[in-house]
Design a protein around this ligand. Structure first.
Ligand SMILES: Cc1ncc(COP(=O)(O)O)c(C=O)c1O
Length: 371
């Protein structure tokens, strides 16, 4: 259960499940703590964690990914900020495909970079599509990087392998970096022809020295949001610079927490399967209930754990979400927080139990009926 916020509000606003991190992960961390792992440790992560991340990446994508390409970070959030610190000079701009989780924009601004949005288009079926030409046309002489979050928060939009190839070709040609946020890669509802359940990754098509940095996190697939552990996959040549940046920002992750992360990587696939089924049930419930209500437009996202829906007649979604929280005791996130393309939509995280999601939906329904 979350440890903050009004306990009477059904919390469907944060991007997290209501499941506690599985026992075997918590036990691995507890035994590291019990063994006295309380000292400063490697800036880029314990060798065991980096080896486990390398093996995990190789197994998941069928590629080579040696440990010198991997650096552990304090969550996906810090991974994003470290990349911004490394790549951006004041005044550089980053193209960001939106709607997008707002912290990404804030990280770019924090280092005095300029976010430049390229909005996804809505498809007639209620999905999302990126106009690649519009993305490429938005580049100017101060563009340093393209930020792509796929599968995306809040839309679930997932870039195809062909689109990734086009972006990679373009980035190579124009000397741009790709910042690929793949924190939702495991939370996808379709399967590949070979049965694997993972979104296409830039890692599958890029060479080891391509201008690509992939950002990832333990938070979502293994229900570890409070642990603050993530990682970067980058060209090996950047390793020392990331070590220095980690040193200055946090001086590294607690060693005993990293033991939990190793357990997640090595033994956590069954839990991820459980998480996906929980989210699939939440997704279906939300779709069935909301699509049955007048004035609501909703679709099933292809990945991640958010519904991003609109209510006819509600244009100020911030005011509407405040009203929902205060008067109806259900917490949702207003779409305008997610940049261009987000306006007029509302984000609901359905990664919780059927009971919790149903209760939230009852309250939304009551509010919508008064409109
Ligand atoms: C797209 C995206 N990237 C990164 C993160 C960061 O996750 P964390 O800092 O918990 O690892 C989030 C969290 O919501 C997210 O939605």
């Amino acid at each position: 259960m979350s440890v903050f916020g009004d306990p009477d509000v059904v919390p469907l606003w944060f991007g997290e499940s209501d499941m506690v991190t599985p026992d075997f992960i918590r036990e691995a961390a507890a035994s590291g703590l019990g063994a006295g792992e309380t000292f400063y440790t490697w800036q880029r992560g314990l060798p065991e964690l980096r080896a486990a991340l390398s093996a995990y990446t190789e197994r998941l994508y069928n590629i080579k990914c040696p440990v010198d390409r991997i650096s552990a970070t304090t969550g996906g959030m810090q991974a994003i900020l470290l990349v911004c610190q490394l790549l951006l000079d004041p005044g550089d701009n980053v193209l960001i495909v939106s709607p997008i989780w707002p912290n990404i924009t804030s990280a770019v601004k924090l280092v005095h970079g300029q976010p430049r949005y390229v909005a996804l288009d809505r498809t007639p079926a209620g999905g999302w599509k990126l106009d690649l030409q519009r993305l490429f046309d938005a580049v100017d002489e101060r563009t340093r990087a393209i930020f792509i979050n796929s599968p995306g928060n809040p839309t679930g939009w997932t870039m195809s392998a062909e689109e990734q190839q086009a972006v990679l070709d373009f980035a190579r040609k124009r000397g741009l970096w790709i910042m690929a946020d793949e924190v939702y890669a495991r939370l996808t509802y379709g399967q590949r022809p070979d049965g694997r359940q993972v979104a296409p990754s830039f890692l599958e098509i890029a060479g080891p020295d391509d201008p690509l940095i992939v950002l990832n996190s333990f938070s979502k697939p293994w229900a570890m949001t409070g642990w603050r552990i993530g990682w970067l996959t980058h060209p090996a040549a950047l390793g020392d610079q990331f070590a220095k940046l980690v040193q200055i920002n946090t001086s590294g992750l607690p060693a005993f927490l990293q033991r939990g992360a190793v357990a997640a990587l090595e033994k956590g696939d069954a839990f991820i399967a459980e998480m996906i089924e929980r989210c699939r049930a939440g997704r279906e419930l939300v779709f069935q209930r909301l699509s049955g209500l007048p004035r609501i437009t909703v679709s099933r996202p292809e990945a991640a754990f958010y519904a991003f829906f609109s209510v006819e007649g509600v244009s100020d979604t911030l005011a509407f979400c405040k009203k929902l929280a205060k008067e109806y005791k259900v917490g949702l996130a207003p779409g305008e927080a997610f940049g261009p393309g987000g306006q007029g939509n509302i984000r609901l995280c359905f990664a919780s139990s059927t009971e919790r999601v149903s209760l939230g939906l009852d309250r939304i329904e009551a509010a919508v009926k008064t409109l």
